[in-house]
Design a protein. Structure first.
Length: 106
């Protein structure tokens, strides 16, 4: 289905990395929310930010909406969406987004 991804090892690796990092980011946000509800030890924000910039930003943004976690903390959201924008820029510059856009319905 996504021939341009399958024909380019770099795009395959980036896609796999972003999928795994996104799932890890989603899970980290879920764990942090569960711990916040139970007043337990929390995942440090520095760790969450590192995960976002390592590729988990989209998963973390989704988790913020699903779990309603850190959705009112503007300083956290600003850094999170900065990571999303940074990743979208990198993906655009490498041609990854162009590859994916060929499969969008017109």
């Amino acid at each position: 289905m996504l021939g341009c991804l399958q024909s380019d090892l770099f795009f395959e690796a980036v896609g796999a990395w972003l999928l795994l990092a996104g799932v890890a980011g989603f899970i980290a946000m879920g764990i942090d929310k569960a711990r916040a509800v139970r007043s337990e030890w929390r995942v440090p924000e520095k760790t969450l930010f590192a995960l976002a910039f390592a590729g988990g930003a989209l998963g973390m943004a989704a988790a913020s909406g699903v779990f309603h976690h850190k959705s009112s903390k503007l300083s956290f959201l600003a850094v999170l969406y900065l990571a999303v924008i940074a990743w979208l820029y990198v993906l655009y510059q490498t041609g990854f987004l162009g590859c994916l856009s060929t499969y969008l319905p017109r």
